[in-house]
Design a protein around this ligand. Structure first.
Ligand code: SAM
Length: 210
């Protein structure tokens, strides 16, 4: 597995885990300056654990949709350049501010990811990586609407939660439907189910359609 610069494997409590260097945010285990990045708590970490071709080198400009209280985006900011964190729920955004305090490159945006025009004046238009974990209906459509921020050679790293789209249908059917929508804006490079870390989630790597 190729890890981005700034992400390493380290041992926490006898277990081999991913880790980034930064100020702790949510009570995660630490080892000196390193903080455990547990794939069971982060879809992006699960994509890395599965060896998906994320294209992350470290140091990229990132737009992160669905930041919640900052668990994953704080790790992303540890190894990235400017990191814009979009979250529309005020409660988790308050906790996200603790992660922001310790990171000069992490910028919180209390915005709705379905309305990219409301943050287009803040986010740079040549984002190298769009990470999305919104776990809401219409996940593929949100990714398509935010493709406008991505550079031509940028990447989308998306987690699709089947149950957020449709609780009744077979997850594989839900994923196929979401991928069909995604193809309107992206060329899909790789997909992978995120079990055992996250049940009924699909990890997707895609590039903007030319
Ligand atoms: N990515 C987070 C992590 O790993 O630390 C967990 C994200 S949680 C699964 C999904 C988050 O997306 C929730 O906090 C939810 O409020 C947020 N969300 C859902 N729809 C959204 C939207 N349209 N705009 C912004 N945030 C949204």
């Amino acid at each position: 597995m190729t890890l981005p610069d700034g992400v390493e494997r380290r041992t926490f409590g006898g277990d081999d885990r991913l880790a980034t260097k930064g100020h702790p945010v949510y009570g995660e285990p630490t080892d000196g300056d390193w903080r455990c990045w547990d794939a069971r708590r982060s879809k992006l970490a699960a994509m890395l654990e599965h060896g998906m071709d994320t294209g992350l080198d470290g140091g990229e400009t990132v737009l992160y949709l669905g930041a919640a209280s900052g668990t994953t985006v704080s790790h992303v900011a540890d190894f990235s350049g400017p990191t814009y964190a979009v979250e529309f729920a005020p409660r988790p955004t308050r906790d996200l501010l603790d992660a922001v305090d310790a990171r000069e490159n992490l910028f919180p945006l209390l915005k709705d990811a379905r309305k990219p025009e409301t943050y287009a004046h803040v986010v740079e238009s040549d984002v190298e990586v769009l990470v999305q974990d919104v776990a809401t209906r219409g996940q593929a459509r949100v990714a398509c609407e935010n493709a406008r921020f991505l550079r031509e050679d940028g990447r989308l790293l998306l987690a699709i939660k089947a149950r957020s789209e449709d609780v009744a249908s077979d997850p594989e059917t839900v994923f196929e439907r979401a991928l069909d929508t995604l193809r309107e804006g992206y060329e899909i490079i790789e997909t992978r189910r995120l079990e055992p870390f996250h049940v009924d989630h699909l990890g997707v790597v895609a590039v903007p359609r030319k």
